[in-house]
Design a protein around this ligand. Structure first.
Ligand code: SAM
Length: 287
C-alpha cells in the first residue's frame, strides 16, 4: 500500500465527478470510524479517488473493502495496491448509480450487512442514499460525507427548515446523526461549502417502515409544494389513486389544512400505509 498520492493532484481533479479530496490522516481516520468499528467487516466505499479513505479503512482492518470509482485513472491505480492482490480490496470501475449492490457484494466474496463509508461526490450523493434507503437489509451502518446542508436535511426533525423528504425516508429505516463537520479548506481542491459526515444506523427490523417507496411518493408530493396545505399538495397523488385528498388525510387523523413540515414521521408513515392498505395496491407496483 503506497502512502503517496498516486500523482493525481488537484490540478487534474475532475469537477464533473465532484472530486474534492481528503489527505489529513486524522480526518480520514475519524471518517473511517464514524459509524463504529470496521474491523473484519465488509465495507463499500463509493469514489475512493486517490485512496486516502481507502487506506484509512484498510489500516483499521476491514475484512473486505469494495471500492466503486467512476474515474478510470483512480480505479486503475488502486488495482495495483497489494491489498487488491490479496483480495482484501476489490476495485470496480463504473458509475455507482448503476451498481446492483447485493450482487457486487456476493461477487467480491463479501458479507452482509455491509457498511457504506464514503466521501460522496456531491452530484450523486442524494440519489445514492435514497436508493440505499429503499433497498433491503444488505445495508448496514453508513458514514457518508455530504455537503453540510444535505447532511442537515437527513437528520432534521419535524418543524425545522431542513425537514423534508430525506429526513422522512432516512428515519423510516435508520437512526441518523451528524458526526462532525468540515470547512472547505479540509479538501483539495476546496469545495464552495462546508461538508459534514452523516451517520445512519439501521433500525431493528421490527421498528423499520419497509415501504420506503410509497413513503417517498407521499413525502415528495407533500414537500414538493411545502408552503401549500396538505389537501392541495397531495391532491394529484390522491387523484391518481382515485382517492380524495381530504378524506385520505382525515382517515389518518391529520388536519387537511396542515403543512408538510408540521407532520411527524409517524404521520407520514400512516399516510403511506393508508394509501397502500386501504385504497389499492402499492404505488410502487403501479408505476
Ligand atoms: N474518497 C476520496 C477522498 O475522500 O479523498 C475522493 C472523494 S471525491 C469527493 C468523490 C469521488 O467519487 C471521486 O473520486 C470521483 O471520481 C468519484 N465519483 C464521482 N461520481 C461517481 C459515480 N457516479 N460513481 C462512482 N464514483 C464516482
Amino acid at each position: 500500500m503506497s502512502d503517496q498520492d498516486p500523482g493525481l493532484t488537484e490540478g487534474r481533479a475532475r469537477k464533473a465527478l465532484g472530486q474534492h479530496f481528503l489527505f489529513d490522516p486524522d480526518i480520514l481516520r475519524r471518517t473511517a470510524l464514524a459509524a463504529g468499528p470496521v474491523e473484519g467487516r465488509t465495507v463499500i466505499e463509493v469514489g475512493p479517488g486517490p485512496g486516502g479513505l481507502t487506506r484509512a479503512l484498510l489500516k483499521e482492518g476491514v475484512g473486505k473493502l469494495i471500492a466503486v470509482e467512476a474515474d478510470e485513472r483512480f480505479a486503475s491505480a488502486l488495482t495495483d495496491w497489494p491489498e487488491a492482490a490479496t483480495g482484501q480490496l476489490s476495485v470496480h470501475q463504473g458509475d455507482a448509480r448503476k451498481v446492483h449492490w447485493e450482487k457486487l457484494i456476493g461477487e467480491a466474496g463479501g458479507e452482509t450487512p455491509a457498511m457504506i463509508i464514503a466521501n460522496l461526490p456531491y452530484n450523486v450523493g442524494t440519489p445514492l442514499l435514497v436508493d440505499w434507503l429503499k433497498t433491503g437489509p444488505w445495508r448496514g451502518e453508513m458514514a457518508l460525507m455530504f455537503q453540510k446542508e444535505v447532511a442537515e436535511r437527513i437528520v432534521a426533525g419535524p418543524g425545522t427548515s431542513h425537514y423534508g423528504r430525506l429526513a422522512v425516508l432516512a428515519h423510516a429505516v435508520c437512526n441518523a446523526h451528524i458526526a462532525f463537520t468540515l470547512p472547505p479548506g479540509a479538501f483539495r481542491p476546496p469545495p464552495k461549502v462546508d461538508s459534514a459526515v452523516a451517520v445512519l444506523t439501521p433500525l431493528p427490523a421490527e421498528k423499520r417502515f419497509e415501504d420506503v417507496e410509497t413513503l417517498e411518493k407521499v413525502s415528495t408530493a407533500a414537500f414538493g409544494q411545502r408552503r401549500k396545505m396538505l389537501r392541495a399538495s397531495l391532491k394529484s397523488l390522491a387523484k391518481s389513486r382515485g382517492v380524495d385528498a381530504t378524506e385520505w388525510l382525515e382517515s389518518c387523523d391529520i388536519d387537511p389544512t396542515a403543512r408538510a413540515e408540521t407532520l411527524t414521521q409517524e404521520e407520514f408513515r400512516a399516510l403511506a400505509r393508508r394509501l397502500t392498505t386501504l385504497y389499492a395496491s402499492p404505488i410502487s407496483s403501479r408505476t
